[in-house]
Design a protein around this ligand. Sequence first.
Ligand code: PEP
Ligand code: MG
Length: 324
Amino acid sequence: LSEMLEHEQNLPSVTPDGHEVPLMVNTGLAVDAAALLKSCIGGVGLYRTEVPFMITERFPGEKEQMRLYRSQLEGFAPLPVVMRTLDIGGDKDLPYFPINEANAFLGWRGMRVTLDHPEVLMVQLRAMLRASVGLNNLSILFPMVTNAEEVDDALRLLDRAIVELGEEGMAIKRPNVGVMIEVPATIYQMDALAKRVDFFSVGSNDLTQYLLAVDRNNPRVSGLYDPLHPALLGALQELSQDAQRLRKPVSLCGELAGDPAGALLLMAMGFTSLSMNAPSLPKVRAAIRRVTLSDAQTLLGEIMALDTPAEVHRHLERRFDEWE
Ligand code: PEP
Ligand code: MG
C-alpha cells in the first residue's frame, strides 16, 4: 500500500468527482526536507517561526531572521508560504525569554506577547517583508488572536514596517494577511475579522483545547481531547460557512487536517485548503483521491446528526471499512 501511495505523490489531490483540495505542508526548521515536496503540494500552510527561535541563544536579529525567511520563501517559490508571527508562551518557551505562569495556555501567548513587545514584532515583520522582495509568495498569519483590536494593532505595525522599508528604498506591497481561528471567541467575530484580513487559518489543536477546556498536553484528560467531538465539528462547520459567506479562504493547519477522516469532513465543510505535517500527506491525498465530494458530504451529514465523540469515531470507522 505504501508503495502505491508513494506512486500517487505527484498526482493532484482531486476527488473522483473533480473537486480539488490543495494540500499544504507545515514547516518549522529552516532547512526542511519538505522543500523536496514542492512538486506535489500547494505551498506552506503554516511556517511556525518560533521553532528556529527555540534553538538560538537570544532573539535572532533582523538580518539573521531575514536569511531564515528567505530560505523558506525561496525554497518553495512560486508557491505561497504562510509565515506565522512568533507564537511563544503556552507550552513554547524560549530559554532566553522565560514566561512562568500557572495557566500558561490562558496567559501571555502569541500576539499577546508580541503586541506587548512591538520591538520584537517589528523586527520580525521587517525581516519577513525584506525576505519577500522579488518573490511575492509571502503571507503573514497572526496567532492567538482574541479580538479585532489586536488585528488592528498588528496591521498598524505591519504598515509601519512597510513605510519604514519604503523610506529605506525598498518598495514593498502589503502581503496577504490572515488570522488564526484558535480562540473560540474568534468564531463569533468572523465578520469583524473578515473586514481586516484576507484569509482565515484554523488552529484545531488549540481550538480543541479551548473549546473543550482540555489541556492539550495533560495525559490525565487526554481521553477528552478530541477534535472529532460533535461540538468541535459543529464549530468548524459554522465558521467555514461564515468564511464562504464572507468570501474569504479558510484553511486548517492543526493535526485534524492530517487525519484522513478529518480531512474528508473538512473538505465536505468547504475548507479551501488543508495544511499538515509532511508524513501525513500521502494518506490524506489517497483518501481525497478515493472518495467523492458528494460521498464526503453525505458522510458529514450523517456525522453531524450524532451525539457523542464515540459515535462519531464508530461511524467513521464503519464507513472507512466499507470504502477500503
Ligand atoms: C494549532 O493550534 O492547531 C496550530 C496549528 O498551532 P500550534 O499547534 O503551533 O499551536
Ligand atoms: Mg495554535
